[in-house]
Design a protein around this ligand. Structure first.
Ligand code: GRF
Length: 203
């Protein structure tokens, strides 16, 4: 399977996925990494792994529609089976989301449907939650609202600060994101008419 990964920053989730494509746990390869920010360290990670690292700077475009149209064209030039959002800090147009229906993943740092949007760790702490975590989901037109693929949860340690919690959740992201990509690439997971269909052997 061919995978295209979209990033805006450090790309530690990208790295976790790259590692598993290189060691064969994911039956597929990352065909390209695309960033909307020139300074994204994930571009360097891609180069170091011998993967096409492409910059598409949203500031060069007049509006969201024209940026997303160029983005679709660039992504499609790699003919991907799966498109992975890994810290891609852009809201996507409905056209783009529909175009990749059933083959577009996102990871979100909360136990969805709780805490869609930003500042998830702060919100979980302020709410006095006992647990927190992260979620991989298929992307649909509703922001952070698509069908869930896998979640990882952890107890909140009484008194811990945002950085600590964020770091611990980040570690969990690195476990579940490659796993979801593995399932998809090994044809064990798909988005059907009635929702996510997961091979029972995955559970
Ligand atoms: C992750 O926390 C992800 O959940 C969020 O953006 C962050 C990306 O981190 N949406 P990295 O670039 O993969 O290190």
């Amino acid at each position: 399977k061919r995978i295209v990964v979209l990033i805006s920053g450090s790309g530690s989730n990208l790295q976790a996925i790259l590692d598993q494509t290189l060691d064969g746990q994911i039956r597929g390869n990352v065909a390209a990494v695309i960033s909307n920010r020139p300074d994204a360290y994930g571009l360097t990670r891609a180069e170091q792994a011998g993967v096409d690292a492409r910059l598409l700077d949203h500031k060069q475009f007049a509006d969201r529609e024209s940026f997303d149209a160029a983005l679709v064209e660039l992504i499609d030039s790699y003919q991907p089976d799966l498109v992975v959002l890994a810290g891609f800090m852009r809201i996507l147009t409905p056209e783009l989301v529909r175009h990749y229906h059933g083959r577009l993943f996102n990871i979100h740092p909360s136990l969805l449907p709780k805490y869609k949007g930003l500042h998830t760790h702060q919100r979980a702490l302020e709410a006095g939650d006992e647990e927190h975590g992260c979620t991989v989901h298929f992307v649909t037109e509703e922001l952070d609202g698509g069908p869930l693929v896998i979640q990882a949860r952890t107890n909140i340690v009484p008194g811990e600060d945002i950085q600590n919690l964020q770091q611990r959740v980040h570690q969990l992201e690195h476990k579940i994101y490659p796993l979801a990509v593995q399932w998809f690439c090994n044809d064990r997971l798909k988005l059907g008419e009635s929702g996510v269909q997961l091979d029972h052997e995955c559970l």
